[in-house]
Design a protein around this ligand. Structure first.
Ligand SMILES: [Ca+2]
Ligand SMILES: [Ca+2]
Ligand SMILES: [Ca+2]
Ligand SMILES: [Ca+2]
Length: 558
């Protein structure tokens, strides 16, 4: 009764304070905090930065930031601009693999992760960098079409004095192949993918840090087709691909890998290429084949796993009760294997104790006479008559797509987006990633200049090293920013180093020639070897020319 009475009073209060409520609502709308929740999705934007584009800005002068309202804090986030240029062979086909002019053009792509978005910055907030004030800044507002009202923000600045901070996260790293081989390794945040000598995937692991077992659970990626010649079926499998070369474009957010392959069909050498875009948590495989050969009657893409996934669950969009991947047949019905033509996207998922693998794909409508899911879980053979392959005999949850017909011709453009996540992911994870891939975040881009035009030539008057923020470094604030100002008129050698209580230099944040200006450096709380710094008190010391300043910061248990 007492409780009900209080609620009633509160209701009255709300009724009679409509103006106050409206004001609160309005201020909340203005102070828009980040609410985007798509941790595994990259954002890819064609350039709409009109004041920078069309040869106005060098790409190396552009920097992406997020802003945090709670501590009025700007932070550089990982990003890259990939230059997209006309292909020399087919100008209508733009490519990442032709050297760009280093300047921003409309086709060039800005890439960053949705998880790095921040809050909406007030018009008066600006990064502590004098040069950037003479240029417009662009606000990129992200909207989630699946979650009304979810917004996030990143900011593009131009500066002739900023540099990409050395400790900005690198989502994807690359280990080059041994000479004349395709056995390179790509590491994202949630996976490590290895390749056989001809460049085709034959190992995949999810590290313990991403919720996996750290054990390779992939047998082989299957990419194959079959041609009918004089009534005989001639299969061409991924094992017959002959690698000619690998091309790589690498940045902090994605790595683009092009395999230039060749296959020998009936004495003819046919060249083709496969582009794969590697992000922190996903891999996008794109092929664009123009099939003109007579007699093609089968195309298949699938992923065959190692026998160590035995006991894993396999789902697709039609299957809510999973089949068990154990090398024993499951006899899926035609209904279970039917792909959807509208909205022309499909997905399947393997959930194993080593890691989970979720693929979303689209198919060109009406290509071939039959399109369906491929699934083969059996100790031998395949489900389409082409030869078995891979190091692991038999098939474990070999799933993907199968197109058949009598004389398949035309342009077969397909994109497969595979997310690689921790072990035993539940089916809704697959559904969510499918929906997010179907409806990507949308972006609205708005430019803003500094409200009061300051003279960018006015340099700071003092040598200054500010208290880091946030302080201390803790589990909830794993990274801190150190700001400093340099008054010098010319470049001077500058270093910013972290020391422990024993006076040992445990991390170097800056070691560069820098002119006058306001700077910020970020420390992720890690030692030079990448390990987390133990809890305790640390000092950071700025040396510039003949000046030295030292400050103290704290690291808590994390
Ligand atoms: Ca360019
Ligand atoms: Ca393997
Ligand atoms: Ca089975
Ligand atoms: Ca196999």
């Amino acid at each position: 009764m007492q409780q009900g009475c209080q609620n009633y009073r509160r209701f009255l209060f709300l009724m009679f304070s409509g103006t106050l409520i409206f004001w609160l609502f309005a201020s909340l709308t203005i102070a828009q905090t980040n609410s985007i929740n798509r941790p595994y999705q990259p954002v890819i934007l064609d350039s709409s930065f009109t004041e920078f584009s069309n040869n106005k800005a060098a790409i190396k002068e552009l920097f992406l930031y997020k802003y945090t309202i709670a501590n009025n804090f700007w932070e550089q986030i990982p990003f890259q601009f990939d230059e997209v240029e006309p292909d020399s062979a087919t100008p209508a086909n733009p490519t990442y693999f032709r050297k760009g002019d280093g300047k921003l053009d409309d086709q060039d792509e800005l890439v960053f992760m949705a998880r790095d978005a921040g809050d909406k910055a007030p018009a008066a907030a600006w990064i502590p960098d004098a040069s950037s004030r003479s240029f417009i800044r662009y606000e990129i507002e992200l909207t989630d079409p699946l979650a009304a009202g979810n917004l996030g923000y990143v900011y593009l600045f131009r500066s002739t004095t900023l540099t990409v901070l050395p400790n900005v996260k690198d989502y994807v790293t690359y280990t080059a192949p041994s000479p004349n081989s395709g056995n390179d390794v790509v590491k994202g945040q949630s996976y490590e993918e290895g390749h056989r000598i001809n460049g085709i995937n034959n190992s995949l692991l999810v590290p313990a840090s991403a919720g996996g077992s750290g054990t390779d659970f992939l047998d082989q990626l299957k990419l194959r087709f079959q041609i009918s010649v004089f009534g005989f079926n001639v299969p061409v499998t991924e094992e017959g691909f002959e690698l000619q070369s690998i091309q790589i474009e690498e940045g902090n957010v994605r790595l683009i890998r092009r395999l230039n392959e060749r296959i020998s069909v009936l004495g003819n050498n046919l060249p083709f290429s496969i582009d794969v875009l590697y992000y922190g948590y996903s891999v996008v495989l794109a092929t664009d084949l123009n099939i003109t050969t007579n007699g093609v009657n089968l195309l298949r893409q699938s992923v065959d796993f190692e026998s160590n996934v035995s006991g894993a669950k396999w789902y697709n969009q039609n299957i809510t009760t999973p089949v068990t991947v154990d090398g024993a047949p499951d006899n899926l019905s035609a209904q279970n294997l039917a792909v959807v033509q509208a909205p022309n996207l499909n997905w399947y998922m393997l959930s194993s104790s080593h890691g989970s693998f979720i693929t979303v794909f689209s198919l060109p409508v009406g290509f071939g006479s039959s399109q369906k899911f491929y699934y083969h879980d059996a100790p031998n053979n395949t489900a389409d008559g082409t030869p078995d392959s891979g190091a692991n005999p038999g098939s474990y949850g070999d799933g993907g797509l199968l197109i058949t017909g009598t004389d398949i011709k035309g342009r077969f453009a397909i994109t497969l987006t595979s997310y690689i996540l921790g072990k035993d992911q539940a089916r809704p994870v697959g559904e969510t990633l499918f929906n997010q891939t179907l409806k990507p975040l949308t972006a609205r881009i708005a430019g803003l200049r500094v409200a009061v035009q300051e003279n960018p030539a006015v340099a700071p008057q003092h040598f200054a090293l500010q208290q880091n923020s946030p302080n201390p470094i803790s589990a909830s604030t794993p990274s801190t920013v150190i700001r400093y100002e340099l008054p010098f008129t010319s470049n001077v050698p500058v270093s910013l180093r972290i020391f422990n209580l024993l006076g040992q230099n445990v991390r170097e944040l800056v070691n560069a020639m820098q002119p006058a200006g306001g700077y910020e450096a970020q420390w992720d709380g890690r030692l030079q070897n990448g390990e987390k710094a133990p809890a305790g008190i640390y000092f950071y010391q700025l040396r510039a020319g003949n000046q030295v300043a030292t400050q103290k910061l704290m690291v808590l248990n994390r």
